[in-house]
Design a protein around this ligand. Structure first.
Ligand SMILES: Nc1ncnc2c1ncn2[C@@H]1O[C@H](COP(=O)(O)OP(=O)(O)OP(=O)(O)O)[C@@H](O)[C@H]1O
Ligand SMILES: [Mg+2]
Length: 473
């Protein structure tokens, strides 16, 4: 297989080529016979996270040192299904020689699957097999499928910048990492990011959810078993630790692991070896261990539900992921990210964003992602306003400050701007007075009319029933 056109033709046909290559492949690059990049598609610019002007003219090794471009230039033979890591992402590429007048004059490199998850989904949709029937393929893909990097963790707030800095520093070591954070805060993305960051080759990243699997099964899932180890063990099976050999394992929801298995895990972590159930061969533990939880492990230790010694083993590096409500300045960026990522044809008004930032986000970024998706499905308008957002955000969330007290009225964060402080004081007063406008106005020592004006000015969301009753919307 090869292409037959001149380099001039490629350049003059760029307009058409651009579009074709953008649509056809996750990323595409063309090099000339000196291995200089003469063409890069939109996808490839995103993949290497650089500017087109900086990519054109550079040597291919500057952005992709792994794909065998040189080999294809020399041999004139295409290479397909090559697995490479570009900018921390595992990709599958095809390299096709460009031949003119019988001579190889360049190579077209195409990234077929920028995320192997896409490949997994395609394979699943192409067949009628169930996931378990498909298990072998899934296992293979799962072993190389950690396509998140730290760059995929969206957020520019101080809290996130500091956290990512800590992660990047810690990723250079091989110590266990404990990632603590509420549900939906992106713990799994971070664990993936750690793995991608110091990944030198295709090493496996294996995940196991300690809550989803019943206690007795969890042990055999983790350590594997020999044939006949227990009733039903008709054939030997590798455990997750074995699958994760030389790579990484994420013990997700570690707080839910039972005490007996915690003891066994501790022993394995200390001795760095283990056996399959029913086996007598010692296997080395040579994978990096990540643990994640949304539970308060210290409190579980106090209650005797989590072994303190295991906690200290796992938390050599402890990453605390802040909840979304503690970094609301990231909300507009995240909204933009999900709109772009999911190719949604909407944008949010300033008011709509303001309302999103008043909500408490118990489901954190995952919940925000779902809200953005629902906004794009539920409405025909392209510009989403405050009202639409109010209809989508869960009902009990209309006012984020649930336990306003007189004390809180007087002690608001001093670093906020005067306007934000005023707005927060009003929200708390309303909550404190159970949304009774007259009482809140009295509490604030302002007239009802002034209070209404300020509610309008700051776009404060009142309980919807009250809004309707007072004909306020
Ligand atoms: N910082 C972020 N940037 C981009 N997307 C994010 C971020 N945090 C979370 N998400 C989104 O939320 C989803 C859930 O993230 P993830 O599975 O990592 O959360 P988690 O903390 O492991 O949650 P749980 O405790 O429920 O398992 C992701 O698939 C992604 O879509
Ligand atoms: Mg998770």
């Amino acid at each position: 297989m090869h292409f037959d056109f001149t380099l001039e033709e490629i350049q003059t046909r760029n307009g058409i080529l651009d579009k074709l290559l953008d649509i056809a492949f996750d990323a595409a690059i063309i090099i000339d016979k000196d291995e200089r990049i003469i063409y890069c598609s939109k996808g490839s610019i995103e993949l290497v996270n650089s500017k087109k002007a900086d990519i054109i003219g550079t040597h291919i090794s500057a952005i992709d040192s792994e794909s065998p471009f040189e080999q294809v230039l020399k041999s004139g033979k295409h290479e397909t299904g090559v697995m490479v890591i570009i900018n921390g992402r595992k990709c599958m590429t095809n390299l096709i020689p460009i031949i003119s007048g019988g001579k190889v004059i360049g190579v077209l490199g195409m990234v077929l699957f920028q995320s192997l998850t896409n490949l997994k989904n395609i394979l699943a949709s192409m067949t009628q097999y169930t996931e378990s029937e498909f298990k072998n393929i899934y296992d293979i893909i799962a072993r190389v499928d950690s396509n998140y990097t730290f760059n995929d963790y969206i957020g520019e707030s101080r809290l996130i910048k500091d956290m990512l800095k800590e992660c990047r520093r810690a990723s250079k070591t091989n110590y266990p990492v404990l990632i603590i954070g509420e549900t939906g805060t992106g713990k799994e993305i971070l664990a993936n990011g750690f793995h991608s960051e110091n990944m030198k080759s295709f090493t496996p990243f294996i995940k196991i959810n300690c809550t989803a699997i019943p206690d007795d099964l969890l042990e055999s899932e983790l350590f594997g078993y020999e044939k006949g180890a227990f009733t039903g063990a008709v054939a030997a099976k590798k455990g997750k630790f074995e699958l994760a050999a030389n790579g990484a394992i994420l013990l997700d929801e570690i707080g839910d692991m039972n005490l007996r298995l915690q003891s066994k895990l501790l022993r394995v972590l200390e001795e760095k070896e283990y056996e399959r159930i029913g086996g007598n061969k010692l296997l080395p533990l040579n994978s990096r261990v990540f643990a994640a939880t949304n539970r308060d492990l210290r409190e579980l230790c106090r209650q005797g539900k989590f072994r303190e010694d295991l906690y200290y083993r796992l938390n050599t590096i402890e990453i605390k992921v802040p909840p979304l409500r503690a970094r609301k300045e990231d909300i507009p960026l995240l909204v933009k990210h999900f709109i772009h990522k999911n190719q949604l044809d909407i944008s949010l008004s300033k008011d709509a964003l303001e309302i999103l930032s008043q909500y408490d986000w118990p489901g954190n970024v995952r919940e925000l992602r779902n809200v953005v998706n629902r906004l794009s499905i539920n409405y025909d308008e392209k510009l989403i306003g405050a009202e639409q957002v109010m209809q989508i955000i869960p009902h009990n969330a209309e006012l984020p400050y649930d336990t306003a007290t007189k004390y809180q009225l007087n002690s608001l964060a001093a670093e906020n701007s005067l306007e934000t402080q005023e707005k927060n004081i009003i929200i708390n007063a309303l909550k404190y007075c159970n949304y009774n406008i007259s009482s809140a106005a009295k509490e604030l020592k302002i007239s009802r009319a002034t209070l209404y004006n300020k509610i309008r000015k700051y776009n404060i969301i009142l309980n919807k029933q009250i809004l309707l009753k007072k004909n306020f919307v």
